[in-house]
Design a protein around this ligand. Sequence first.
Ligand code: SAM
Length: 420
Amino acid sequence: MMEKANNWQSTADRILARVVAVQMQADEGAPVRDLVSTDEANRVLHHSLLAIMRHRAVLDWCIDRVAARDVRPRLRRVLRWGLCQLLYMESLPPAVAVDTCVRFVKRRHDVREAGFVNAVMRRLADAGRERLLADVAREAPPHVRLELGEALYRRWAARFPGDELERLAHLCLVPAPVIVRLRRGAPMPQLECLTPVVPPPWAQEEMLWSCLDAAAFFRSPEHARSDFYIQDPATLLAPRLLAVRPGERVGDLCAAPGGKALALAEALGSVSGLFCLDRSLHRIRLVLENFAPSGGCHAVVGDAAMPPFPPRSFDAVLLDVPCSNTGVLRRRPDVRWRFSSLALAELVALQGGILRGTADLVRPGGRLVYSTCSIEPEENGAQVRRFLAERGDYLLDRDEEVLPGPDHDGAYAALLRRQG
Ligand SMILES: C[S@@+](CC[C@H](N)C(=O)[O-])C[C@H]1O[C@@H](n2cnc3c(N)ncnc32)[C@H](O)[C@@H]1O
């Protein structure tokens, strides 16, 4: 028993130190997803970070209620981790969670601060999980209870009726499964760690699986052979709408890391007519890595708002623009705290510039699909309507907004046809 407690303690010590370091970087603007997706990230660290990011509002509300004074950011990071163990992780005995936090602060900071952390953690541990969560349900403001940043809460509350808002917010708190898509031509997998997923209406012809044991999947020969691409079903909406055909010249002009480009290449049956552009050199390298098993692709670093291609270069263009990511909160929980009207306005301007900059690249009679993984109307339907008002030579064929569901993320895609 004693030995088990010591193991917990030393594991908890290591995890807390890493989590606090990563939280600091996240506070400085690095998205959590990028910080945890490194080789050194282990499963527990990953889960702790995502849980803290998901539940930040509730964690802070509980901490502030019992703290007798303002909580310094460096102590708050430790307390968030400790309380997250008590409320949502439950794998660590409460006494170990309290002790880990106190020892960490004593070692890193000073004894007085450790005393403060001890007092807060003890009060939280004494109250216990059930009572703390009942207090949240009864007394916390709705944006805290639903774990949404205030700006995002105000928008969604104005748009979605009460029940739908609750449903959507709760859905966005459920960790997303790892979904893998079998590449065309790859053999049927015989893996116990995969269970088939019923594809959504826009991806009926795809073979999708949910990964029950990601570690076993990543060790499998099927993964080593790149038989699969890890891809939420919502990301298939845009390539399906573009419906490219063999022999076409296709531009994917916000291409990295390349999930949609791979789906386009499969439909084309070849990579020779596919041109992938992205503004980021680092991210275009990811496209090349993802295309390595298929023999590479044309990959270009450039700005889609001023693209390095002559007019009428393509039969079909995919524009999967940078966006606020509000359709993918399950996978990127920190997005809910980063969302702001100012950031949204900047993104809308960037997206508009990319749309305007690429419109001439489509040949008359060709197609352009504009897509996002946002569910905000300004980035989706309103953006497309503004474009159509400016460009009389384009018509909207159809568009579709998918809200996040239990089996897929949220997404938007519009199919635009150039007349002529
Ligand atoms: C939503 S991601 C694309 C995801 C990609 N379509 C896929 O399926 O893997 C948006 C991409 O746009 C790129 N980007 C942002 N601004 C850009 C610009 N002005 N021109 C080209 N690419 C840009 C980003 O680097 C990012 O890789």
